[in-house]
Design a protein around this ligand. Structure first.
Ligand code: GSH
Length: 224
């Protein structure tokens, strides 16, 4: 099984963390010519990473890839046994994709204070506060997203929280980091930090994000 992508993507990191937790060895390879190349589009016409290739068949979308890995390798489980906890961990993952991710993306272009559009920042701030509220509301008693071991929702949320720290909390001091308070996201983040596979994977991702952000900010400055 080949996973196309790079650890600098939170979606690739989701799959990598999920696979590592399950002890699945995935071969991680760069998208040939980059995600938008014709060669890669032949593998995945959506032109986004990750793609898992199994026996010549492509599976797109990080969430679907994780669910495939769970079906293909049920033990150790990457989803909780309890069906309500399964719904909770999937909800956490979905909330990250639908209500956190778009607003972190919109903030990347606002990092440079000289190029900042305050209306975009204010809108993203409100949306992110709401999204963190959704996560706190729906997460189970924990300490992980749904129970006392990391599952799918943790693999989705942890890389995104690291990205949000580096893009948003480190650059916009008016936006509070919910992992530093005493709420549910704080106990959740402590659990992630205290878990060897989760913390090592999230740290690896954080280092990749540092490189990606300095490249991206350089590109934005050049274009300005
Ligand atoms: N919904 C997709 C999102 C994947 C995605 O957005 N990947 C980005 C990297 S973080 C990508 O491949 N972008 C390609 C490009 O911008 O050229 C998933 O969960 O796999």
């Amino acid at each position: 099984m080949k996973l196309y992508g790079a650890i600098a993507s939170p979606y690739v990191t989701r799959v990598v963390m999920f696979a590592r937790l399950k002890g699945i060895d995935l071969e991680l390879v760069d998208a040939p010519g980059g995600p938008r190349s014709d060669d890669y589009r032949a593998i995945n016409p959506i032109a986004k990473i990750p793609t898992l290739v199994v026996d010549g068949q492509s599976i797109a979308e990080s969430e679907v890839i994780c669910e495939y890995l769970e079906d293909a390798f049920p033990e150790p489980a990457g989803l909780p046994a309890d069906i309500m906890d399964r719904a909770i961990t999937r909800m956490v993952s979905r909330i990250v994709d639908l209500y956190v991710a778009p607003h972190v993306s919109s903030m990347v272009r606002q990092v440079n204070p000289e190029k900042r559009d305050q209306a975009v920042v204010d809108a993203a701030h409100e949306s992110l506060k709401a999204a963190f509220g959704y996560l706190e509301h729906f997460m189970g008693s924990g300490p992980f997203a749904a129970g006392d071991t990391p599952t799918l929702g943790d693999c989705s949320a942890a890389p995104y929280m690291m990205l949000t720290k580096k893009v948003v909390f480190d650059n916009f001091e008016e936006i509070a980091d919910p992992t530093e308070g005493d709420g549910r996201l704080a106990t959740w983040w402590q659990a992630i930090q205290g878990h060897d596979v989760c913390s090592a994977t999230v740290d690896e991702y954080g280092t990749a994000v540092d490189g990606f952000l300095s490249y991206l900010l350089g590109q934005i400055a050049k274009r300005a």
